[in-house]
Design a binder for this molecule. Structure first.
Ligand code: PEP
Ligand code: MN
Length: 382
């Protein structure tokens, strides 16, 4: 059961105390109070865990301060939408507001290689007015002899350069629990010039110990990538692992699924699932066109396949695009063949804004038509 409080209710005020006292009257019931940054306002919710079957909805609904009582389905208790009218689960991190209405482009290197390349990337982002990036320091590679990432030793200069160019958040994959601590310590040491979003890569999508580790800290938000060979249900259960440990600042990322049917692309693009994830959960949704497409081909219309795939996700309402660039893809130590070139960044950003604008227009259109279809019914009632 989730109890949504009316706006501006003080979580430590008398209304909340009375609601909690009433709930605790029922045996075996545990409550958790949490603040959720909704699309238009901050929402305070009370999660009621345990046997809630004996609690009458009406009694709670009638208490002062209660806006709505929602019975949650067994599935995805914390991340699930449960009802159409629930607000999206958002959060603010380092001044950036993420929710199901937001839109960010996280562009950067697959793997950090040299300070020169990282600086060129950040400088290009700044020039383009983008303050969100991606940088892989810990790389999970298929081949043990491939470059595994610079790891901790690159963090000091990556963070310093991020600060120099005003980058507010870097998506960075972690492959083991100790990486979280390393990132935390190096950020502190650097004086917190930037922020980090911990990325769970597709290969760790069901590494439950790692999911629990990112879930049990609240310092960093988590970018969860769908496993390349698992169902939506399995991947959402994995996100629920993160949330159940206490961290609900999660973004769900679609990145394509592995099947020969996707050839010649590296993975089969699954961006038609953007609205599906938004309906099933209250999480913001990211798309990764780079790892889906996996190559830098330009179609006969002059538009790159990666741009086309990204557009598919953005026009479906994606809230974030994770995309790889490199100043010199031919010398990149990881995923060079799929990296866009730095000089293509302004084109990519402009293209994404065209599609985002089209999505917003489609949303307005849908609201207009929904309103029109309601109007005659209202007239009949009168
Ligand atoms: C990445 O983003 O660099 C990456 C390795 O992605 P994925 O886990 O989706 O393969
Ligand atoms: Mn990559």
């Amino acid at each position: 059961m989730i109890i949504i409080l009316k706006p501006d209710i003080d979580p430590s005020g008398p209304e909340v105390k009375r609601i909690l006292d009433t709930l605790h009257y029922y045996q075996g019931v545990v409550t958790r109070l949490s603040g959720v940054t909704g699309t238009e306002r901050k929402v305070v919710e009370i999660y009621v865990i345990g046997d809630t079957s004996g609690i009458p909805d009406e009694e709670i609904q009638n208490l002062p301060g209660v806006e709505k009582v929602v019975r949650v389905s067994k599935k995805y208790r914390l991340i699930g939408r449960h009802r159409e009218d629930m607000e999206s689960l958002g959060f603010i991190y380092n001044g950036l507001h993420f929710d199901q209405n937001a839109f960010y482009i996280f562009a950067g290197l697959c793997a950090v290689d040299t300070p020169e390349h990282v600086e060129m990337m950040f400088a290009a982002l700044k020039e383009a007015g983008i303050y969100t990036s991606r940088m892989g320091a810990y790389k999970p590679r298929t081949n043990p002899y491939s470059f595994q990432g610079h790891g901790r030793k690159c963090l000091p200069w990556v963070f310093e350069l991020a600060g120099k160019y005003g980058i507010k958040c870097i998506a960075m994959e972690v492959t083991r629990e100790s990486h979280i601590e390393e990132i935390f310590e190096e950020l502190e040491r650097a004086g917190r010039p930037t922020g980090v979003m911990l990325q769970i890569g597709t290969r760790n999508a069901q590494n439950f110990e790692l999911l629990k580790a990112v879930g049990s800290q609240k310092e960093f938000p988590v970018l969860y990538k769908r496993g390349m060979g698992i169902t939506i249900e399995e991947s959402l259960n994995a996100c629920e692992y993160i949330a159940s440990e206490g961290n609900r600042n999660i973004i769900y990322c679609l990145r394509g699924v592995k099947t020969n049917l996707g050839e010649p692309h590296r993975n089969l693009v699954d961006f038609a699932h953007v609205p599906v994830i938004k309906s099933l959960t209250r999480l913001p949704v990211c798309i990764d066109p780079t790892h889906s497409v996996g190559r830098r081909n330009t179609a006969p219309d002059g538009i790159q396949e990666i741009f086309h795939a990204a557009a598919q996700g953005v026009i479906a309402g994606a809230n974030m695009v994770l995309v790889e660039f490199h100043p010199r893809p031919e010398v990149a130590l990881c995923d060079g063949p799929q990296a866009l070139k730095l000089e293509e960044l302004p084109h990519f950003i402009e293209d994404m804004h065209i599609v985002r604008e089209a999505y917003l227009q489609r949303k307005d259109l849908a609201h207009r038509y929904a309103f029109q279809s309601l109007a005659p019914k209202a007239a009949n009632v009168l």
